[in-house]
Write a protein that binds this ligand. Structure first.
Ligand code: GLA
Ligand code: ZN
Length: 669
């Protein structure tokens, strides 16, 4: 499959010149401003279906030809989009089956976007024809360097076509209804299915008690979306086999298991909108959240990725939308690069004049010129991207992996008890942030990926353990790896059936513990962790009551009827160690714990850390590039290892003053 080999850092964004065709001079002005802001890559045609096919079967490609020619002549390359994210009104009117049916079984009207059925043969046919025509006409255009497939795939359709496809999916998976009934435990509440036709997707006014069904439906939605994408790219692959394809994803969006797109993506991409300056979290916390999503995006293919959208100033869809403070645009853009992005792209180039995104941040504002703070910020990023060329396509040297798994997440969401909100993503991020605060680079992967590249694997709340994963964890530890997991791990198999014979099921042996009961605490209720050396920390949320079956007890609970029972254990297994943290521990615990664990696991760290100043690395051709990012909101003195500042060319090292929102990129000695 083709690679993303664009020979510069991409800089640009969603470009919608079709909205401005009726105003002379705008396109020429865009070209002038792109040059001025050091932009070299635009995504064109994302929502252009009505402009490309104004009437059924009548294509109008002339405007796009002029746009691509003009961009190319001015040194700007293009991600050519397939416009399936929104369709023209004529299609919805003539072929209502293309419209989505919601879980309540009511078909949507034409409207909004991302409102189509992924199964509809009619919709697929229209997409295929237009994509074929686009590829034939523009696939060899010298401006085009990749395909931007659709836009932010998401949502689900419950129409009859989708119901039938779901039944086929289940037939393929289970073969017989007997197998399905067993996997879904349908003896419960008289749910036994005796005919495939009885199967229906979950509905608010219908079935929502069968967890196996709910889980398989979510898997089907991913399957069908991947299948739709595969159908979209089929003609593109045939006509333009050398052009890489990407689809812009939404980080940890709950509705799609992004790891299942591995086979249809050449490069992964992400639309990132962190809430910098929010009142309820610090910028450092927001940076860890953003970093986590960058690492999820990179984890899909485990290679550099595209930051496909970000706002150069503010969004218009959060409850409160703050513009970026001075320095934040550069800092946040470089943070994405630090985590493996090979581009900084924006939504959008020119602010729309009308409709729902007219007040969303853009590079070119309604004032229409370059004399804005935002335009200057964007230009600065463009200049930086040119100066850090040696970093292009460099890897992120992660020796630690954190497991964030959609199937596990879905099973946790379904599980009733011991508390409603499981806070899976939050808890994974708490562990992630503790490791990142040490400066360690982290891959975020799912449980199906290869564990062998890592020294440390952290899998908080691995409630579901799919077949083979227990063995994989055992092997990883046996061979010298360090594995960490927490409370509420190893409860169910891939069908959401509880493991019999004691939790944590298939990893009971490698963990050397048995989890007998679990307590859930109300907000404000706490327990404590007392380490063998006397140090104490707080814990709560869930407290699991575990027994050692050979593991060393490193800490015990301080309170309640289980005071004195283990809360932290370490099992030496083969050449490695398996750690069990039986409760949700406070930040002080996680910080101390991972300091010790990364040291014993031999994870390489970039040196002394300063609170709020994040460090990340990329490596290429034996060179290491260190990104030092001050998200603390105040000036800081940071300890910087010796190297050369890629922007100033100066030698740096030692105690260094970092201004508010300052970032440095250093080639280490
Ligand atoms: C998403 C979409 C864009 C735009 C932005 C606004 O990421 O892909 O089309 O709507 O949000 O932030
Ligand atoms: Zn449908």
């Amino acid at each position: 499959m083709p690679e993303w080999t664009f020979d510069k850092f991409g800089h640009g964004g969603d470009y919608n010149p079709d909205q401005w065709r009726h105003i002379p001079g705008i396109f020429e002005e865009d070209l002038r401003l792109m040059k001025k802001s050091h932009c070299n890559l635009m995504s064109v045609g994302i929502f252009s279906w009505a402009a490309l096919e104004p009437e059924e079967g009548k294509y109008d490609f002339e405007w796009l030809q002029k746009v691509l020619d003009g961009l190319y002549e001015n040194g700007v390359s293009v991600f050519l989009a397939t416009p399936s994210g929104a369709r023209p009104a004529w299609m919805s009117r003539s072929y209502p089956e293309v419209l989505r049916v919601e879980a309540n079984r009511v078909r949507n009207l034409h409207g909004d976007r991302h409102n189509h059925c992924y199964t509809s043969p009619t919709y697929r046919k229209f997409v295929n024809k237009l994509n074929t025509a686009l590829a034939e006409r523009f696939g060899k255009h010298p401006a085009v360097v990749g395909w931007h497939i659709s836009n932010e795939y998401g949502g689900e359709c419950h129409c009859e076509l989708c119901q039938n496809a779901f039944r086929e999916f289940l037939k393929n998976k289970y073969g017989t209804l007997e197998n399905l009934n067993h996997a879904w435990w349908t003896g419960f509440w008289a749910k036994t299915y005796t005919d495939w036709g009885q199967l229906e997707s979950p509905a608010p006014h219908g079935e929502h008690a069968v967890h196996g069904l709910a889980l398989d439906w979510k898997r089907f939605v991913t399957h069908q979306t991947v299948d739709f994408m595969a159908a979209e790219i089929e003609p593109l692959r045939a006509i333009t086999p050398d052009l890489p394809v990407t689809a812009n994803f939404m980080g940890t969006y709950p509705g799609l298991d992004y790891f299942r797109f591995q086979d249809v993506l050449d490069v992964s991409s992400y639309d990132s909108y962190p809430r910098w300056g929010a009142g309820d979290a610090t910028d450092e916390e927001i940076a860890h959240d953003a970093g986590f999503k960058y690492d999820v995006t990179r984890g899909i293919l485990r290679k550099p990725w595209i930051l496909m959208e970000s706002t150069p100033s503010q969004v218009n869809w959060q409850n409160i939308c703050r513009p970026k403070k001075p320095g934040m645009h550069l800092l946040s853009s470089m943070q994405a690069v630090a985590h493996g992005a090979d581009s900084v792209q924006y939504f959008q180039w020119r602010k729309s004049r009308g409709s729902s995104e007219k007040l969303h941040g853009a590079v070119v504002d309604h004032v229409g010129n370059e004399n804005t703070r935002v335009f200057r910020d964007v230009t600065e990023v463009g200049e930086w991207l040119e100066k850090i060329q040696p970093v292009l396509h460099a890897d992120v040297p992660a020796e630690t992996a954190v497991i964030f798994d959609w199937n596990n997440r879905w099973a946790l969401e379904e599980a009733q008890g011991p508390r409603k909100d499981k806070k899976y993503e939050e808890q994974v991020k708490e562990h992630y942030a503790a490791i990142r605060r040490l400066g360690a680079d982290v891959d975020v992967i799912d449980m199906e990926q290869d564990f062998s590249p890592y020294k440390l694997i952290v899998a908080p709340m691995l409630y579901m353990i799919k077949p083979g994963v227990g063995e994989k964890i055992e092997k990883f530890v046996e061979n010298g790896g360090t594995f960490v997991t927490t409370h509420y791990t190893g409860y169910v198999d891939e069908n959401d059936l509880c493991f019999l014979g004691g939790f944590p099921g298939p990893i009971r042996k490698v963990m050397g513990i048995w989890a007998e009961e679990i307590d859930a605490l109300y907000p404000g209720q706490k327990n404590g962790i007392r380490m063998n050396d006397g140090r104490e920390y707080e814990c709560g949320f869930m407290c699991e009551l575990i027994h050692s079956e050979g593991a060393e007890v490193k800490a015990v609970y301080t309170d309640d009827f289980y005071a004195g029972r283990p809360v932290l254990t370490k099992n030496s297994f083969g050449k490695g160690e398996a750690w069990y943290v039986a409760s949700r521990a406070d930040q002080a615990f996680l910080d101390d714990f991972y300091k010790e664990i990364t040291a014993s696991a031999g994870v390489s760290l970039p040196g002394e850390q300063t609170a709020g100043v994040l460090m990340s690395r990329r490596v290429k051709d034996g060179k290491t590039f260190l990104f030092v990012q001050n998200f603390s909101g105040c000036a800081k003195e940071a300890a910087i290892p010796a190297g050369v500042d890629l922007i100033t060319g100066e030698e740096v090292g030692g105690k260094t003053e970092m201004k508010v929102n300052e970032v440095k990129i250093i080639e280490l000695k």
